[in-house]
Write a protein of this length. Structure first.
Length: 277
């Protein structure tokens, strides 16, 4: 049927962008653009790839070349998300084993309904073909989403994965009135950075083993952001985290406590408890 270029894109799509990290096959970039246009999403950002696109991408994009014309290119994920209120990472890795124990995945249809009345900018991040996002890149995302697939062949083509996520967003958003409201918006990007910084400071100051700190940081961030808190709520959370971090830092050394232990047979009848005399 071709393009319907006179049709206006949905208002909710203006606050959603797709971010591809180090996409390898140029044809997949074009296919992603075509998929995005199917659902009225028009902003595409690319991380870690040369800015030149050849006819391979444009032929695969079909009537979505306007998306390719407006692509923004970035050196790293952090710079590509600096203006966003929420960053959603995608992964095919399930919560199995020690390496994924700190991840808390949502399903594609769970996310749109949680932000349907918010007006902050949202970015959905997809990793390179075959490998997906690195662990450090997943840590840059506040919410993680995975697409359920058959375990016999779980990894989807990049454009197919984008299609599933975009469809879920489209079908959910079309059923809601997405009127803008200053009282119901996602986090200011600066507040998002402050939250990350305070969580990091808190975990660094806590009297615990170093290998546990990453897990503490990720769990705190995931649990808080899954509730999609508003600016005023984050201000209150920041106050608590800040005071807790200050308290730990003022101690200087890990907190120790005196534990009562029963006398050992080697101690005869003497107790290890301090004398009350």
């Amino acid at each position: 049927m071709g393009s319907r270029s006179t049709e206006s894109t949905p208002e909710w799509a203006d606050r959603l962008c797709i971010i591809l990290v180090r996409p390898f096959h140029e044809g997949n970039i074009g296919a992603v653009a075509r998929t995005m246009m199917n659902f009225g999403i028009t902003e595409l950002r690319i991380v870690g790839r040369d800015e030149e696109l050849t006819e391979i991408a444009r032929k695969r994009a079909k009537h979505a070349n306007s998306i390719l014309d407006k692509i923004s290119f970035h050196d790293d994920l952090k710079s590509s998300t600096s203006d966003l209120s929420l960053v959603i990472g995608t992964s095919g890795k399930r919560e199995l084993g020690d390496k994924t124990q700190h991840r808390h995945f949502l399903l594609p249809d769970e996310i749109p309904s949680r932000v349907e009345e918010d007006t902050g900018k949202v970015g959905i991040v997809f990793g390179p073909e075959g490998k997906g996002l690195l662990n450090d890149e997943l840590r840059e995302c506040e919410i993680l989403v995975t697409i359920p697939t058959w375990e016999g062949y779980p990894i989807m083509n990049l454009s197919q994965a984008v299609a599933v996520i975009c469809y879920s967003w489209f079908i959910t958003s079309m059923n809601y009135d997405l009127r803008e409201s200053e009282e119901k918006r996602l986090l200011d990007p600066e507040l998002r950075d402050r939250l990350r910084a305070e969580i990091n400071r808190l975990s660094d100051s806590m009297p615990t083993k170093d290998h546990k700190r990453v897990g503490i940081e990720e769990t705190l961030l995931r649990v808080i952001m899954r509730g999609l808190p508003k600016d005023d709520e984050i201000h209150r959370i920041l106050s608590v985290f800040s005071e807790a971090a200050d308290a730990f830092e003022s101690l200087g050394t890990p907190v120790c406590c005196l534990l009562y232990t029963s006398p050992s047979p080697r101690d005869g009848h003497q107790s290890r408890m301090p004398s009350s005399a």
